[in-house]
Design a protein around this ligand. Structure first.
Ligand SMILES: *Cc1c(COP(=O)(O)O)cnc(C)c1O
Length: 386
């Protein structure tokens, strides 16, 4: 089964471009609201890094989610899209002074702090401004996620976070700083996680850490478990909305939240992944010795995930119903890794056909580059193309 697209409108646009199905995005957001809303004190933020297209951001903001940012630029994008500053959390191993000052000036909800030197700088800068910075510590829970090595972030040897053995020391430091308000613990174990057992493992680890803190009479107000829920790249039509019911239920069941605690989530891919497609045009069909190539005008500069992570995106010829043939679908960039898929069955391809790379709403448009002096792809929503 192929996706449905406004082909006539597509014909008027310059390719390649991103297309966002806003009905699906809104339906996904409604599902998140409904499923998270079953539990008291679950608070969901959108991880802006997955997709910062202003039209997409504004729909997400309308749904009431907070924003999870990893740079000053993302804080600005979130503010511009109308996210209230008191719903912005800010993580990142390398926050610059300018970025920290930006967060302080906006009075963002929380800095997710990843090291002692960073904590010291936040305290210094907050002192200079006469402000108190709310901070949570990003703890590295040493929980492996069953996902691609490049997107696993929770293992012990990782640049992210503070190790569990250092947690007490870091908290001691925070408690003696005048312009730091220690409000929570933060975790994020990786991305594209489909095995709920990984999230259960995180819950168990957090329960242990909470016991340790409780022994010191510390109960933080906020627990933030990050994001990471995966999507079904193989079957974008079969499961367009991820299983948020199981996801939130897993946390409800396994995490021992104290009555006064709020549980925060930072979901990126699962919010926007399925609503987006990269639409690209076939420039040439080239016959090789043992295979044929569909050479398209979109490349790794527009969607880098296949080249960077060997990621799979379902590929469809959306302008042909002829019998399928097998193709390597490749872009025009001067890199051998500029391949979207090998030995892909597509309805017979001819020059000028439109090809959709599905499930490209997350880490697609936002990761586009200008390598080879290429123009950045535009993003259009279904709202605009009616
Ligand atoms: C990337 C990231 C997220 C979002 O991850 P997804 O897998 O897209 O849900 C959440 N929190 C932090 C700290 C991140 O770096």
């Amino acid at each position: 089964m192929k996706g449905t697209f406004p082909i006539h409108k597509f014909r008027e646009l310059e390719t390649p471009f991103y297309y966002y199905d806003t009905n699906l995005l809104r339906h996904t957001l409604d599902t998140i609201r409904k499923e998270a809303g079953k539990y008291n004190k679950f608070c969901v933020h959108y991880a802006v890094k997955a997709n910062a297209n202003p039209k997409v951001l504004s729909i997400i903001r309308e749904s009431g989610l907070g924003a999870d940012c990893v740079s000053g630029g993302e804080i600005k994008a979130a503010i511009k899209a109308g996210f209230p500053a008191n719903k912005i959390v800010y993580a990142g191993v390398g926050k610059t002074d300018a970025e920290i000052n930006l967060g302080l000036d906006y009075d963002i909800f929380c800095f997710n702090v990843e090291s002692v030197p960073e904590l010291e700088v936040i305290n210094e800068l907050a002192t200079a401004k006469g402000k108190i910075a709310r901070v949570a510590f990003r703890i590295n829970p040493d929980v492996g996620a069953h996902t691609h090595a490049n997107i696993t972030t929770g293992l012990a040897e990782n640049k992210f976070g503070i190790s569990m053995k250092d947690m007490d020391h870091v908290i001691d430091r925070a408690l003696e700083m005048n312009n730091i308000n220690f409000v929570g613990l933060h975790f994020h174990i990786g991305s594209q996680i489909l095995d709920m057992g990984d999230f259960t493992a995180l819950c168990n680890r957090i329960n242990e850490l909470q016991e340790k803190l409780y022994a010191r009479q510390i109960i933080v107000e906020h627990i933030n478990v990050g994001g990471g829920l995966g999507i079904d790249y193989a079957h974008p039509n079969r499961q367009p909305v991820p299983d948020f019911a199981s996801y939130f239920e897993t946390y409800h069941k396994h995490l021992k939240l104290r009555p006064q605690q709020t549980l925060h989530f930072e979901l990126g891919r699962s919010v926007v992944g399925q609503c987006g497609s990269l639409i690209t045009k076939v420039i040439y069909v080239k016959q090789g010795t043992n295979k044929q190539f569909a050479i398209v005008d979109g490349g790794m500069t527009d969607l880098i995930r296949p080249a960077l992570y060997q990621a799979y995106h379902k590929i469809e010829n959306i302008t042909s119903d002829e019998a399928t043939e097998t193709y390597d679908v490749v872009g025009p960039i001067c890199e051998s890794s500029d391949v979207f898929g090998k030995a892909i069955d597509l309805n017979k391809v001819k020059r000028g056909d439109l090809i959709a790379l599905r499930s490209a709403g997350a880490y697609g448009e936002i990761m586009a580059s200008g390598y080879n002096c290429r123009q950045l792809p535009q993003g259009y929503t279904s709202d605009e193309l009616v």
